[in-house]
Design a protein. Structure first.
Length: 160
């Protein structure tokens, strides 16, 4: 069983970190990480479903899952479904690394564009996406739940 960590890494985070395809055996750790990072996490069954229909990747350091990313193809558009980096590993370029990998996978599958939805309040994610060339395309009114009602979603798009 894979573990996740919320501790600061005890080695430089760029060392011995690699991306590999997510497997059934990773689902528990991936869901645990999602639950740790999101106020309204995807349910475990939804990850299982992605494993069958999308391209799902985990970021691993010393056998521990420290991040994941999921991209699905919808005709020639790539939908960035979800991504996450464990709290103790953030701001080291790993989110960027996951996203670049997902975009590469999408390009290999002949995607012309990629899109995603994000909460306007999720500043780290919005900044990361902007840095990687995503631009705001549309607002989805009351798209996300939040403790006091609902929050809009920003749809961001980039050409591949
Ligand atoms: C969003 C997330 C994946 C970013 O991962 P990360 O590994 O910290 O990101 P990186 O280190 O690759 O950051 C790349 C760039 O994104 C921007 N960024 C990332 N975190 C930021 C923050 N807290 N504040 C401002 N900008 C930030 C910066 O421009 C950064 O480049 P810089 O460090 O050179 O300034 C991570 O915060 C996370 O897992 N959040 C919880 C899950 C989540 O919200 N997922 C997205 C769902 S839509």
């Amino acid at each position: 069983m894979q573990n996740i960590t919320t501790q600061q890494p005890d080695m430089p985070p760029s060392e011995h970190i690699y991306l590999r395809a997510m497997q059934e055996k990773d689902l528990r750790a991936v869901h645990k990480l999602e639950t740790l990072c999101q106020l309204y996490p995807w349910p475990a069954w939804y990850f299982r479903r992605q494993l069958r229909s999308a391209s799902c990747w985990v970021l691993v350091q010393q056998g521990m899952i420290i991040g994941f990313g999921i991209v699905a193809m919808v005709k020639d558009w790539a939908h960035i479904m979800n991504m996450c980096v464990a709290p103790g590993y953030r701001r080291c370029g790993l989110g960027r690394r996951i996203m670049i990998h997902l975009l590469r996978i999408a390009k290999r599958q002949h995607a012309s564009h990629a899109w995603l939805e994000v909460r306007p309040s999720n500043i780290p994610a919005v900044m990361l996406y902007r840095k990687l060339g995503f631009r705001k395309k549309q607002i989805r009114k009351k798209y996300y739940m939040k403790p006091s009602g609902r929050e809009n979603g920003i749809v961001m798009v980039r050409r591949l």
